[in-house]
Ligand binder design. Structure first.
Ligand code: HEC
Length: 133
């Protein structure tokens, strides 16, 4: 009986620890790894257009609106995290520590804006363009 208890405890500990192995810094969503090259201004321009259609209702670059200011976001977060936040905000604010903290601070849920993964990549490039200036 005691032996089973020990085995159960070990199995529980292992599954718990492997669950904690998720990389918090890349967030939760479809983007696991991206490679970045030099800033692509044309892609960034495409991103700016999408940003101005779908994001400016809640975000400015230099000051708070409904959500946080987005200037320097590429310095605070990994590119994968930023794309996962854009593509999967509801799960991010529930399960990712940094996103959860933002939700606690801004008290509004960012919603998915019907952007494709390519759109999210273009928006990321727009942020990189701004942050490299
Ligand atoms: C309904 C308002 C709303 C819209 C629309 C919106 N956001 Fe957000 N965003 C928020 C809020 C609020 C947060 C903070 C987390 C939360 O509370 O959900 C946030 C957080 C973020 C963050 C994390 C910022 C940081 O400091 O780490 C990024 C990046 C972001 N949004 C990008 C975007 C982009 C890109 C779009 C357009 C595709 C967009 N958001 C559309 C409200 C919005």
């Amino acid at each position: 009986m005691k032996k089973y208890a020990v085995i159960t405890l070990i199995l529980f500990a292992v599954s718990f620890l492997s669950g904690c192995g998720d990389d918090e810094s890349i967030g939760i969503g479809p983007v696991k790894k991206i490679e970045l090259g030099a800033v692509d201004k044309a892609l960034g321009e495409k991103g700016r257009v999408i940003f101005e259609q779908k994001c400016v209702a809640c975000h400015k670059l230099d000051s708070k609106l409904v959500g946080p200011p987005l200037k320097d976001v590429t310095k605070r977060r990994k590119p994968e995290w930023i794309m996962n936040m854009i593509l999967n905000p509801e799960q991010m604010t529930k399960e990712n520590t940094a996103a959860k903290q933002l939700f606690g601070q801004y008290l509004t849920q960012m919603t998915f804006q019907n952007v494709s993964q390519d759109d999210a990549r273009a928006i990321l490039e727009y942020f990189r363009t701004i942050d490299s200036n």
